[in-house]
Design a protein around this ligand. Structure first.
Ligand SMILES: [Zn+2]
Length: 213
């Protein structure tokens, strides 16, 4: 058994002593504590018993929080899935109205000059309900380009059948005349204009302008 010096008073004590015999300094605090603390064991218990309620509280809190998260997520999903008219932001409603406008107004009806003429010769009334007042995008071969100095407009006649006489008449306003200078008989063109009706045996378009295919 070795002897050590007491760190408090310097007296020689056994290394296995609990306390210094001279000054009472704890040499082996672990042993000292076990012996000293063991008798009054009830005190450590009380602080342990209040712990379960705390754990329970945090458990309840966690449950409340998770339910709140689930509920708010549910509300968000509901809003996304069923957006009411009132909840629309100005940007959203503007986008919707603009798409409505674009889908109704400039939807040009694509039609070939021969098809247009054929529709009018088969049933002019049915053709009118299909083309009259619509923006038509007509493709066809140029038969004739004429200028009317009195009305100050130009008329492009498009081939409508294998015969020369029937044609689709497309009138261009004075502003659109310059773009016709490059055009010649036999050219294949695409033009856009407002469908009117059959005039003197020719389906007629007003306010025409040349367009890309
Ligand atoms: Zn001592």
């Amino acid at each position: 058994m070795a002897l050590i010096k007491c760190p408090e008073c310097g007296a020689e004590v056994s290394e296995r002593a609990f306390t210094c015999l001279k000054c009472g300094y704890p040499i082996n605090p672990q042993l000292f504590q076990i012996i000293r603390v063991a008798p009054p064991s009830p005190p450590p218990l009380p602080p342990e018993t209040p712990k379960p309620p705390v754990g329970l509280k945090t458990k309840v809190c966690a449950e409340i929080i998770s339910w709140a998260i689930i509920l708010s997520l549910g509300i968000i999903i509901w809003r996304v899935a069923f957006p009411s008219e009132n909840s629309l932001t100005p940007a959203k409603s503007a986008a919707i109205s603009s798409t409505k406008v674009t889908s109704t107004a400039p939807a040009a009806v694509k039609v070939d000059a021969r098809e247009l003429f054929n529709d009018y010769s088969v049933n002019a009334t049915a053709a009118d309900s299909k083309y009259k007042g619509q923006i038509l995008k007509v493709s066809g071969r140029v038969l004739e380009i004429s200028k009317d100095p009195l009305l100050n407009n130009a008329v492009v006649r498009l081939e409508a059948s294998s015969l020369e006489t029937p044609s689709v008449r497309c009138s261009f306003s004075s502003a659109a005349i310059p773009e016709l200078s490059e055009l010649k008989r036999g050219d294949w063109v695409f033009l856009e204009g407002k469908g009117t009706t059959m005039i003197l045996g020719s389906p007629t378009l007003a306010d025409c302008s040349l367009t890309a295919p």
